[in-house]
Design a protein around this ligand. Structure first.
Ligand SMILES: NC(=O)c1ccc[n+]([C@@H]2O[C@H](COP(=O)([O-])OP(=O)(O)OC[C@H]3O[C@@H](n4cnc5c(N)ncnc54)[C@H](OP(=O)(O)O)[C@@H]3O)[C@@H](O)[C@H]2O)c1
Length: 247
C-alpha cells in the first residue's frame, strides 16, 4: 500500500499525523499556494501535477495504490482531477471532508451559489465587508467599489486588487474572542465566507451571530458522487487499520 494524500487542510494534517504514527507509506501533496506551508511528518511534494494526465503519470511512476483527497471543499479542480485519475489508474479514492455549516437561531445568513452571487448580494449602499475568502477570487468585488473590504490572508500580498481594502496577515485556527474584536474594531456590517465547515474558521460566524452581522455564505461547488468520510478514524478503517493500532 502506498498512499497519496492530497492536502492543504487541517483534516489532511491530522490524517498525516495518524498515517505517520502507524508507519504507513504515504506521500503528502501541497498545491504550493502559501509561502510557508505547515511541515508534515510524511514525505512531502509541492506543486501541481499537470492536470489529470500529470496526476495519472505521477500515480503510476510512484506506485500509488490509494488516493485520499483531503483538500478544501472549494478546491474543486484537484478533486475532479483526483477522481478521474483514480479511474484512469484503477485505484481507489476516498474523500476526507468536513460537514458544511448550518445556520442556527440568531444567524442572519444569506446563501449564494458562487462568488458572483456574493458580489450581487452585497448592498448598494456603502458597507464594511469582511471578505473572508482568501486571496483568490477577490477581483469580482471591484465591481462594488463603494464598500470597505477587510481581507485576512496567510501571506502578505504584493497588491490588494481592491481600492478600499485593508489586509491582515494571519493563519487559522481563529477564536471567537479574537474574531469578535476584529469585527468590532473594523465596524464590519457584512461577512462574505465560503461554507468550508470545520471548527478553525467557524469563529467569525459565531462572532457575527452575537454582533448581528449579516453573513453571505457561498455554497460548496457540486462534485460528482464520491466515497466521502468525515473523520480520520473512518479513513484508517477504509485503509484496513484500526484507530488504535500502531500508535
Ligand atoms: N479553495 C479554497 O478556498 C482553499 C482554502 C484553503 C485551502 N485550500 C487548499 O489550497 C490548495 C489549492 O486550492 P485551489 O482552490 O486553488 O485548488 P483547485 O482550484 O482545485 O486546484 C487548482 C490546481 O492546483 C493544483 N492543486 C490543488 N491542490 C493540490 C494539491 N493538494 N497537491 C498538488 N496540486 C494541487 C492542481 O494543479 P494541476 O492540475 O497542475 O495538478 C489543480 O488543478 C488545495 O490543496 C486546497 O486544499 C484551498
Amino acid at each position: 500500500m502506498r498512499i497519496l494524500l492530497l492536502g492543504g487542510t487541517t483534516e489532511a494534517s491530522n490524517l498525516a499525523a495518524a498515517l505517520a504514527a502507524r508507519g504507513m507509506d504515504a506521500v503528502f501533496s501541497y498545491a504550493g499556494r502559501t509561502a510557508q506551508p505547515v511541515a508534515q511528518p510524511l514525505p512531502t511534494r509541492v506543486g501541481g501535477f499537470g492536470g489529470v494526465a500529470g496526476l495519472s503519470a505521477y500515480i503510476r511512476a510512484q506506485g500509488i495504490t490509494h488516493i485520499i483527497d483531503a483538500t478544501h471543499p472549494f478546491a474543486a479542480q484537484i478533486s475532479r482531477n483526483a477522481l478521474e485519475a483514480s479511474h484512469n489508474c484503477g485505484i481507489p479514492l476516498l474523500v476526507l471532508e468536513r460537514q458544511p455549516w448550518g445556520a442556527i437561531q440568531g444567524d442572519d445568513w444569506q446563501h449564494v451559489p458562487d462568488i458572483g452571487g456574493a458580489v450581487a448580494a452585497l448592498p448598494d449602499a456603502p458597507a464594511r465587508v469582511f471578505l473572508a475568502i482568501g486571496k483568490q477570487n477577490l477581483a469580482p468585488f471591484a465591481a462594488k467599489p463603494q464598500h470597505f473590504y477587510l481581507l485576512r490572508l496567510v501571506d502578505r500580498p504584493s497588491a490588494l486588487l481592491l481600492a478600499n481594502a485593508t489586509a491582515i496577515i494571519a493563519r487559522g485556527p481563529f477564536d471567537v474572542a479574537g474574531d469578535s474584536a476584529l469585527l468590532q474594531a473594523n465596524a464590519i456590517t457584512h461577512i462574505v465566507a465560503k461554507n468550508a465547515g470545520g471548527s478553525g474558521a467557524e469563529a467569525k460566524l459565531v462572532a457575527a451571530r452575537a454582533l448581528g452581522v449579516t453573513v453571505i455564505l457561498i455554497d460548496r461547488p457540486v462534485l460528482p458522487p464520491r466515497h466521502v468520510v468525515g473523520s480520520v478514524t473512518e479513513v484508517l478503517a477504509w485503509l484496513g487499520h484500526s484507530a488504535e493500532r500502531g500508535v
